[in-house]
Design a protein around this ligand. Structure first.
Ligand SMILES: *Cc1c(COP(=O)(O)O)cnc(C)c1O
Length: 349
């Protein structure tokens, strides 16, 4: 499928352990045959930079293992859990935040139905959990019957009011979104889905059809995109992707700062890049097209929202706010305390 560069070839040949190179034929067909700098190709074909470990990089930067209450169940936030259902994906993104555990059956991390039973037992006992996010690996790589069984079990737990599936399959294996799958999923409403898209090249008639089937089944769709250096870290590319997602009835949900997994240096942008992209979207285009830019805090702090600073300070009773054009507006806010610490910066403006 590819004319590999020397770098790609030697990196792939010396690879071992988890996160194998894996790409569906469909997804490979969207990638450049010979150009190793093409964005989608860079997200999936490894290079030797992946073996370079920079300061601050870790196998489990988000501290998920620490918040794991039973194997495969991460309970970090008070009312919701991350349920890792499988270690399998139909493609493997080189920047994967769970690169330590995916695509490596028989390795340190295992996923099985007996493990699911333990997670279900935990969820039955923990009445504070009202939201379950199925992830992995890719939950839509699980067979219809097995996934139906899991969703049925979850739905039987009365205090779980919200279930969502995190998946990249609509982008990388859209033919998996069969009418049978969708018919099964819609039995389990309210079911939401977070779909992973990276670049406008992924937007094809096939993925549009997959998203349409899901949306027609009443599954609200939100997107998750990882900000990646020289792949989607410019305003034009990101705006185009967000606009195309809206036409597919997908609401851009999160834009992620790339997690500092081992060997991710060639993918990571400075954090201000993400803020700049949000600044260029917010107000300049449809509000629905603007995702939340988050850094998932290393060490298990959870997702932290970053946005351009709209509070410019105070002037007497007025709160000074910056609009999308950078102009300052006053809002009468006599009892307010926002911006109290920076009145001087304002006076200068
Ligand atoms: C992202 C995440 C969630 C879900 O967070 P939302 O902000 O509700 O989408 C839940 N648990 C863990 C561990 C997560 O990383």
């Amino acid at each position: 499928m590819f004319d590999l560069s020397k770098d790609e070839r030697s990196a792939t040949l010396s690879h071992k352990g988890s996160l194998p190179v894996g790409i569906t034929p469909y997804y490979a067909s969207l990638m450049a045959y010979a150009d190793a700098s093409e964005p989608l190709r860079r997200t999936h074909i490894m290079v030797n930079d992946e073996y370079v470990r920079l300061p601050g990089e870790q196998d489990d930067p988000l501290g998920e293992d620490h918040d794991t209450v039973v194997p495969g169940l991460v309970h970090r936030y008070p009312d919701r859990v991350l349920f890792l259902t499988t270690g399998f994906c139909s493609t493997y993104c080189r920047y994967c935040t769970r690169s330590r555990m995916v695509g490596n059956p028989g390795g340190e991390y295992n996923f099985s139905t007996s493990q699911w039973e333990k997670a279900l037992a935990y969820l039955e006992k923990h009445t504070e959990v009202r939201d379950v996010l199925l992830s992995g690996g890719d939950p839509l790589s699980i067979g219809d019957d097995k996934l139906d069984w899991l969703l049925t079990r979850l739905r039987k737990i009365k205090h779980i009011e919200f279930v969502r599936i995190g998946t990249k399959i609509p982008a990388v294996l859209p033919m998996r979104i069969t009418r049978d799958l969708v018919k099964m999923l819609r039995k389990h409403h309210p079911l939401w889905m977070s779909v992973h898209y990276t670049h406008p090249t992924e937007i094809t008639p096939e993925t549009r059809e997959a998203a349409a089937r899901l949306a027609d089944a009443g599954i609200p769709l939100g997107s998750q995109t990882v900000l990646l250096k020289d792949i989607n870290d410019d305003v034009a590319t990101m705006k185009q992707l967000m606009h195309q997602l809206l036409t597919m009835r997908i609401k851009p949900y999160y834009l992620y700062q790339c997690d500092p997994i081992k060997g991710s240096g060639h993918f990571r942008t400075p954090v201000h890049k993400g803020i700049e992209i949000i600044q260029a979207l917010r107000g300049h285009t449809t509000g629905y097209a603007c995702p939340m830019f988050v850094v998932d805090a290393p060490g298990g702090g959870g997702k932290i929202l970053l946005a351009p600073d709209a509070v410019a300070g105070r002037d007497g009773d007025d709160l000074l706010l910056r609009n999308f054009e950078g102009k300052i507006y006053r809002y009468p806010d006599p009892q307010g305390t926002l911006g109290r610490n920076k009145p001087r910066a304002i006076a200068a403006e």
